[in-house]
Design a protein around this ligand. Sequence first.
Ligand code: NHO
Length: 364
Amino acid sequence: ASARQVNIAIIGAGGVGKCFLSQLESLAARRQNQKLVLTYIATSKKAVYSDAYSPIALDSVVSTLSSSSQAPLALPKLVDYLAASGTKTVLVDNTSSQDIADAYPSFLRRGISIVTPNKKAFSGSYKLWQDIFAAKEEGGSLLYHEASCGAGLPVISTIKDLVETGDEVTKIEGVFSGTMSFLFNSFAPTSGSGGGKWSAEVAKAKELGYTEPDPRDDLNGLDVARKLTILARYAGLEVESPTSFPVQSLIPKQLESVASGDEFLARLPEFDAEMEEVKAEAQKEGKVVRFVGSIDVASKQVKVGLEKFDLSHPIAALKGSDNIISFYTKRYGSNPLIIQGAGAGGDVTAMGVTSDLLKVLAQL
Ligand code: NHO
């Protein structure tokens, strides 16, 4: 029998998107019983597609895209275009766009499945969250977003498995930001000595490509708050939004409104003394400071910010830009189920997206 065809549509070809494309190319070459056909790809400026849904060659897609003169389809048009193909279709959203996230219900309702690392759909309003899962039921479509928390680490699949097998999550705690992990592991190492000035560590992290272009987007805590919103919802809490619980920002008040990331970095040394004090206070207690998030299910408390940890605590001993996520549950008792490893980067994040695609393909 000839292989069944599955159409793939992709939005976004940045850091994660490019890594995903190369993983897709090798997956498509290895796939025996399914023929994977790329029929649409777009960035914010350009697109490649045809009315006949002609296959777009995967080995040259990046250059085809950059030399294309086609504009992306508006989202309602894209829904119609993909739904009209008559072939099972998976949309891969490799952007961080809120507009695209808001359109998920329209895709899902029309039977188009979605895989994505984009946090916006699952950490936006609680209404959007409900709409998305209702539309998925209605359309009989599939939806996976492993990389929206902890890059390629099995975090979302783990919490879903815990809940769906009847375990009860009581507490989740961890380091959820690769950037924050890197910053604190170098600013306040467990060895005590070493660790440069806070502003110098932030500058170094930016230089190494660990931060967003404007480091304030990492330091304001919102990225972590989004990840916690998603996990808290799976644990059963109706969290309204990532701004509906306490989130500690590490951006000094006076620098919140400076125009550029560069100006922010230039003025950050003025505030080094404050962070030095935070570090010294922890040291007095024989501890180190880390930027963590936690969810206490019974008391419905979600919070993000600085906390002190004993040197022997797994959170204190983290290395590089690793994430660590501890799930405390009824079944696991006082020894939590712990997931740890690289929590940022194109290849590992794309792996989360590609493995989600595999889960969808197995069910189509
Ligand atoms: P880029 O490189 O900015 O690429 C975005 C692409 O989307 C571009 O091609 C742009 O043209 C396109 N695009 C944007 N808006 C569009 C629109 N409206 N229509 C069409 N195209 C549009 O972004 P990345 O780095 O490739 O990220 C892609 C997604 O993966 C984002 O949702 C991001 O949050 C998510 N993600 C990235 C990472 C990472 O490491 N880069 C991680 C997780 C998820 O685990 C990682 C993480 O959380 C890092 C975090 N900063 C941390 O922990 O420190």
